[in-house]
Write a protein that binds this ligand. Structure first.
Ligand SMILES: N[C@@H](CCC(=O)N[C@@H](CS)C(=O)NCC(=O)O)C(=O)O
Length: 276
């Protein structure tokens, strides 16, 4: 396990089920670096993120290298803690390195907001489902963030949820027209990944796991619900229309790729996986 440096414990501020937070958490787990996850519900996350020196969005990592406010910066930081052959961004400045960077950015800009918008568009109307997802996701964490907040009971949730939902819908432009446009973006990204995987390659770029694979898998996860996602998404409890979309995407090469990468590469407490 690498030592991040000066004995300052890393602190990762998250909304625990958020796919950008999962992207950052996966990179830290993979680097084998100890950190504490401080998990918050949407809305409640903003003040701690700002107080830590971040923006309103999470993940925020408080690290010896400073406060990192973006999942890509956290992946780059995790890369400083592993040997070059395990870095998520290839170190040789060649075509493969540029390919990883371009894919990671495309998934960040196109796939992440779109998969989140479509998933939330179907999930948010279901208050019971949201209660189950939010409570369950806290219980899945280790250590400091393991319990839902003290006020997280059904009664308070009923008052909190409509406010949080309205803010989330506005902030992330979650509506029917937005969901439709996002489905188009998801289609374009999945088509591109299906095409890339057509020759049977095990990874999106080169012969080893990279930031492109990790970012695609994490940011597609709300629409694949991989078995090994560390925060449980109770698939059976999801609305039927979302379950159907998930089943359809899982059946594509890109969807199967996400499931496989999670199974083979996602280890909560790191140690090098075989072939990784
Ligand atoms: N580009 C950012 C995106 C992070 C992001 O969109 N985070 C969402 C959670 S999935 C968030 O914090 N949303 C609440 C807000 O912006 O207030 C990254 O890669 O870290």
């Amino acid at each position: 396990m690498s030592d991040p440096g000066v004995g300052v414990p890393l602190r990762l501020i998250t909304i625990p089920w958020s796919h950008y937070c999962e992207k950052a958490r996966w990179a830290l787990d993979r680097a084998g670096v100890p950190y504490r996850e401080d998990a918050y519900l949407p809305l409640a996350h903003a003040l701690p993120a700002l107080r830590a020196g971040g923006r309103r969005s999470v993940p925020v990592l408080v690290s010896p290298a400073g406060v990192l406010r973006d999942s890509t910066d956290i992946l780059r930081y995790a890369d400083t803690l592993v040997p070059p052959e395990r870095a998520l961004f290839f170190r040789e400045p060649d075509a493969a390195c540029a390919d990883v960077e371009a894919l990671e950015e495309r998934f960040d800009l196109d796939l992440g907001p779109a998969s989140r918008r479509v998933a939330y568009f179907h999930l948010l109307p279901d208050e019971e489902g949201a209660f189950a997802l939010m409570g369950g996701s806290f219980r899945s964490l280790d250590g400091a963030g393991a319990a839902p907040p003290w006020w997280f009971g059904r009664g308070v949730f009923r008052a909190y949820y409509p406010v949080a939902r309205a803010v989330m819908r506005r902030a992330m432009r979650i509506d029917a027209a937005g969901a439709e446009r996002s489905r188009g973006k998801i289609r374009a990204v999945f088509d591109a990944v299906n095409e890339r995987l057509r020759d049977g390659r095990p990874f999106l770029v080169g012969d080893r796991f990279s930031a492109a694979d990790l970012t695609f898998a994490a940011l597609a996860a709300p629409l694949i619900v991989p078995e090994h996602y560390p925060v449980p998404f109770p698939f059976a409890g999801l609305p039927a229309v979302l379950r159907e979309l998930i089943e359809a995407l899982r059946a594509e090469p890109a969807g199967a790729f996400v499931q496989r990468v999670y199974r083979e590469q996602r280890h909560r407490k790191a140690g090098p996986p075989a072939g990784g």
